[in-house]
Design a protein around this ligand. Structure first.
Ligand code: GLN
Length: 458
């Protein structure tokens, strides 16, 4: 049924970069055989899933949305991929994404943008926009994504589905093509909070192959999603994450969601996180710095593309030609920003300062979580924007992650859960009739709380 749906709508949605029908059916038959042989499989066995094309898959290409990896076949599975295979999930295909997960719209994919199923002229968010579009368009019931600055929560919000960024280190980065290693966090997409929790549980937990993986039990997210009660829970409304620059239609739905939580017995208070306003600039120094180092491995020798290797050029010339042709404009911009921020003489002023700001943001969270159990905000300042609107304006694009970045800098878990459609603006403003997301954030390893609150709201 899902393959039929993909065949019917993906020509318009373009959620997928790779679907191999025969391989999908073979995997499904293999799950049946395992069941017939008496193997006890988990609750998601046989359920199809779309993987963001940043997770390595030993039997399928993996491009990270980049020409530089075109034609590359990974020799191994990411831990997330492997665990979900073992649990019996069927890989439907690889989902489109912004190149190396840099972006908020999938317009930075080297293979063309995905489209928002609610309005095909608009973006499905990003960087995991193929994953969000696939789930929102009913092409896949579940998908994986990665969230470095908001790339799961923001696309979930603008396509009206559920997306979760787990605690940093709660899900393994092994086999996930690196963007910014201190921030990258694999997580689930689904149409319900309980589905997201089942997926979260199926791939999470300690992985010795990832040095930043946390060696602690997986928080009881499925139980929390089933419980869905918020009576007595202290909910902090982040003062700094609402107001000017947010669409009125988004703020109206957000305030209703907060009122709903109050009516369900939560104690709502306003909380100030004074350094959140510096999160975006700090992120745009830290993430590009880490990417400039991580992307050095694409040297024309080890992976995929190699340009100009005709026997007349030096290795350095081949590397320069390959990187010039293989990387897109946004990736080059980030590499240059990062290299600059890390260079001697500027390191203390830029990268060092950004790290200090990161500590202040972490302390804001710690102080807030002494007063409340969870923090809430809109997931995004606006609903889905038109394709092309921000493509040539990096600053406008970066603002899509204003509300989501603080959680990445502090490593705390956060969910985006749908909270209705924005009212068409009386003033004729943008964004009416499109989905709005509520973000819920909790302390490190309290992932269950974001599921509990999310399930109460949906
Ligand atoms: N949009 C942000 C960026 O471009 C976040 C991306 C992400 O979370 N992968 O860096």
């Amino acid at each position: 049924a899902h393959l039929e749906r993909v065949a019917a709508v993906d020509g318009q949605v373009h959620a997928f970069l790779h679907v191999d029908e025969e391989a999908v059916l073979a995997q499904a038959r293999a799950v049946d055989e395992r069941r017939a042989a008496g193997e006890r499989l988990g609750p998601l066995a046989g359920v199809p899933i779309a993987h963001k094309d940043v997770f390595t898959t030993a039997d399928m290409p993996t491009t990270a949305g980049s020409k530089i990896l075109e034609g590359w076949r990974p020799p191994y599975d990411a831990t997330v991929t492997a665990r979900l295979r073992a649990a019996g999930l069927v890989i439907l295909g690889k989902a489109n994404m912004d190149e190396f997960a840099m972006g908020s719209s999938t317009e930075n994919s080297a293979f063309g943008p995905s489209r928002n199923p609610w309005d095909l002229t608009r973006v499905p968010g990003g960087s995991s926009g193929g994953s969000s579009a696939a789930v929102a368009a009913y092409e896949a019931p579940l998908a994986t994504g990665t969230d470095t600055g908001g790339s799961i929560r923001q696309p979930a919000a603008v396509t009206g589905i559920v997306g979760v960024k787990p605690t940093y280190g709660g899900s393994s980065r092994y086999g996930v093509i690196a963007f910014a290693s201190s921030l990258d966090t694999p997580g689930p997409f689904a149409r319900t909070v309980l589905d997201a929790a089942l997926l979260h549980e199926a791939f999470s937990g300690h992985d010795p192959m990832d040095s930043t993986s946390i060696d602690a039990p997986v928080p009881p997210v499925v139980e929390a999603a089933r419980r869905a009660d918020v009576a007595g829970l202290r909910v902090g409304v982040v003062k700094e994450l609402a107001g000017d620059g947010y669409q009125p239609g988004v703020l109206a739905r957000y305030r209703e969601a907060v009122e709903l939580l109050e009516s369900l017995g939560a104690k709502v208070v306003e909380v100030s996180c004074p350094h959140f306003g510096y999160a975006l600039p700090a992120y745009y120094l830290i993430a590009p710095s880490e990417c400039s180092s991580n992307l050095a491995r694409f040297d024309a020798m080890r992976y995929g593309l190699r340009v100009g290797d005709d026997g007349t050029r030096s290795a350095e010339e081949v590397m320069a030609l390959t990187r010039a042709q293989g990387f897109g404009a946004e990736v080059k911009r980030r590499i240059m920003l990062g290299t600059y921020a890390l260079s001697s003489g500027y390191y203390d002023a830029y990268y060092g300062k950004a790290q200090q700001v990161r500590t202040l943001i972490k302390r804001d969270f710690e102080a807030a979580f002494e007063q409340v159990d969870v923090l809430v905000s809109p997931t995004t300042p606006t609903t889905a924007f038109p394709i092309g609107e921000r493509a040539d304006d990096p600053m406008a694009m970066y603002l899509a992650d204003l509300c989501t970045i603080p959680a990445n800098l502090a490593g705390v878990p956060a969910i985006s859960v749908p909270c209705g459609l924005a009212e068409p603006d009386a003033a004729g403003g943008e964004g009416g009739g499109l989905p709005v997301g509520l973000q819920v954030m909790a302390p490190v390893l309290a992932d269950d709380r974001v599921y509990r609150v999310g399930a109460a709201v949906e």
